[in-house]
Design a protein around this ligand. Structure first.
Ligand code: PDD
Length: 280
């Protein structure tokens, strides 16, 4: 397998970054995960645009144009013959003698690789539904930037794993759900409307979240953007989550509480189908 590291295609095994890369020392970098279905990028443009935004917010120079970036992404997918899987892109501020302040002349460091991932696991989770737990949101206040600073997210996900759950939904200081550790959170209200937290610095504005908003506009499904509480989550008619890796997955259990009858609800299943068609 082949990875792209700072302008060169190298064997995945020996693809490495420097010990003084600021991503490694300070989490001073950003990333994207682009799903690949049947060899094609899903929403590649949206992911590349969000990467540019994350870089701008952190004042990291753009390493290459969006067009060039897209060519490399396509090349990495092609060279690795990935049909179903994902592309990982990471850009850090670069390599410099360790100092918290920005280095004066570092070049941003770019890593792009692809990994195959069978669609079976996603399809099974979509058909059966998944469990989530709730945990306190321990992150910083710029969650709209997709940085590689993911320790609170990792701790949350690990708690979920240890509880036998797929995901942890994080709860802010007011008892409202922000999002999952690597997903956006949705509920279906009593009138069948989809409810999700508005995009702000409190959450990552998911590309899959945005795709669903666009898809819903072409149907009779209504979306309401507002924060919802843990209580509302647990008593919701249906719950589901969205992300590049899972698309849409019904949630059938929250902590110790079953959602609906413990099977994916009709609205969530419809959303899952909408994505199946979207990526087909
Ligand atoms: N996670 N919220 C957080 C905190 C995320 O890390 C992600 C993505 C999402 C969903 O965004 P999108 O629909 O653009 O994937 C929401 C990726 C998949 C990851 O870290 O692997």
């Amino acid at each position: 397998r082949i990875a792209f590291v700072n302008g060169q295609y190298v064997p995945h095994q020996s693809a490495a970054v420097h010990v003084e890369d600021r991503g490694y020392q300070f989490s001073d970098g950003v990333y994207e995960v682009i799903p690949i279905v049947d060899g094609r990028q899903i929403d590649g443009v949206g992911h590349v645009e969000r990467l540019a935004r994350s870089l701008r917010e952190l004042r990291i120079d753009r390493p290459m144009s969006d067009r060039a970036l897209n060519l490399v992404i396509e090349e990495v997918v092609r060279r690795n013959r990935v049909r179903d899987g994902f592309v990982y892109i990471q850009v850090t501020r670069g390599v410099a003698a360790r100092d918290h302040g920005f280095p004066r002349d570092a070049q941003p460091a770019v890593v792009i690789y692809a990994r195959p991932k069978a669609a079976d696991a996603r399809r099974k989770a979509a058909a059966e539904g998944v469990a989530v737990i709730t945990v306190p949101d321990q992150r910083w206040t710029r969650r709209d930037i997709k940085t590689v600073s993911l320790l609170p997210n990792c701790l949350a996900k690990q708690s979920a794993r240890e509880a036998g759950a797929y995901e942890a939904f994080m709860v802010d200081g007011d008892g409202m759900i922000t999002e999952g550790s690597s997903t956006n959170a949705w509920i279906v209200d009593q009138s069948g409307r989809l409810v999700t937290r508005p995009a702000s610095s409190d959450i990552l504005n998911g590309i899959t979240r945005l795709a669903l908003m666009k898809l819903a506009r072409e149907t009779d499904i209504e979306i309401e953007e507002r924060p919802f509480s843990v209580e509302e989550l647990k008593t919701a008619r249906e719950v589901f989550l969205t992300s590049a890796s899972g698309m849409a997955l019904p949630v059938v259990r929250v902590d110790d509480r079953e959602i609906g009858n413990g099977r994916p609800g009709s609205v969530s299943s419809r959303v899952v189908d909408m994505f199946e068609r979207y990526v087909a």
